[in-house]
Design a binder for this molecule. Structure first.
Ligand SMILES: [Zn+2]
Length: 305
């Protein structure tokens, strides 16, 4: 990866179902940024316990509240009762009453175990993580309430789903007809201005060739803006791939059910596709096999390991 992480920061790289966890070893306030997806919570707990080497976790910070970034909050809080959960501003009221629609879990058909937050981040603001001061910066686009964490002294950016080595998260707001592409561009411009030496993304390995990642992301956003159906296609493929990772196997009937139930599928399908759920499941199943995410077993899709 070309640059070592400073002592006291550990990146627990997961996959695409669970976000990475970034652990800050700190004698006073051991902290983890993002906690993965609920179905992998047992492994999340084991990994974080091992990283902390016996110290109790004292703080969770969520870059945003998507189920794959906040799905381990509840299990960690149950295991470490003194741990504080700190979330970005915007959805704190939805968390308090656990409004699954506003929290995106209804729309995506994903599950997140209920948790309570203890504090809300200030954006822009600063906080201490381990030995350094970090800035909390807005990162609208993928999720308009998302934040990134930036340490100027180290030149390290925790980019969440705003920038991956090859791309960024789905621009969800555009799926329901609200602007998002321009806001994603603004977030990429902010990253360019920061000029990080190392980016720790929400998914995938940390990377140092930030210019290349920004070039890829900028051309991708233009490609999406040229034809918003591409964003819709990506959303459906990503949400299905996510379901497949969570369940290992999906039948065509499961996919049809998802298309009928989830709001995002509904809106996207309504705007961009013919409305027959069975025909659509067949079409999307075919696409997942084509991109190599799954193999076909009769009427089932099986996760390609
Ligand atoms: Zn996300």
């Amino acid at each position: 990866m070309g640059m070592q992480l400073p002592e006291g920061i550990q990146v627990l790289e997961r996959g695409w179902l669970s976000s990475n966890h970034i652990v800050f070893l700190d004698p006073e306030l051991p902290t983890v940024v993002d906690t993965g997806y609920g179905s992998e919570r047992a492994k999340t707990l084991v990994l974080i316990q091992a990283a902390l080497g016996g110290q109790p976790l004292r703080r969770i910070i969520n870059t945003h509240l998507h189920s794959d970034h906040a799905g381990g909050n509840a299990v960690l809080k149950a295991h470490y009762p003194d741990c504080q959960i700190v979330i970005p501003p915007g959805l704190q009221d939805a968390v308090t009453v656990w409004d699954e629609a506003r929290l995106s879990y209804t729309a995506t058909g994903q599950h997140c175990e209920r948790f309570m937050h203890d504090a809300v981040l200030t954006v822009p603001g600063t906080l201490r993580l381990g030995a350094n001061e970090w800035q909390v910066l807005p990162a609208a686009g993928h999720d308009h309430d998302m934040v990134m964490l930036w340490c100027d002294a180290l030149g390290i950016l925790i980019s969440a789903d705003a920038l991956w080595e090859k791309g960024f998260g789905i621009i969800f707001s555009e799926l329901v007809g609200e602007p998002g592409f321009g806001r994603q561009q603004a977030t990429l411009a902010l990253i360019e201005q920061l000029a990080p030496k190392l980016v720790i993304p929400g998914h995938g390995a940390p990377f140092t060739d930030v210019q290349a990642a920004l070039a890829t992301a900028n051309s991708r956003i233009e490609w999406l803006m040229d034809d918003p159906k591409r964003n819709a296609d990506n959303a459906i493929k990503a949400l299905l791939a996510f379901k497949l990772m969570a369940h290992q196997r999906l039948s065509l009937a499961d996919i049809a059910q998802l298309i009928r139930q989830s709001q995002i599928f509904n809106t996207v399908v309504h705007d961009h596709y013919p409305h027959d759920a069975a025909e659509l499941s067949e079409r999307f199943a075919h696409q997942l096999v084509k991109v190599g995410a799954a193999t076909r077993d009769g009427d089932d899709l099986v996760l390609k390991s």
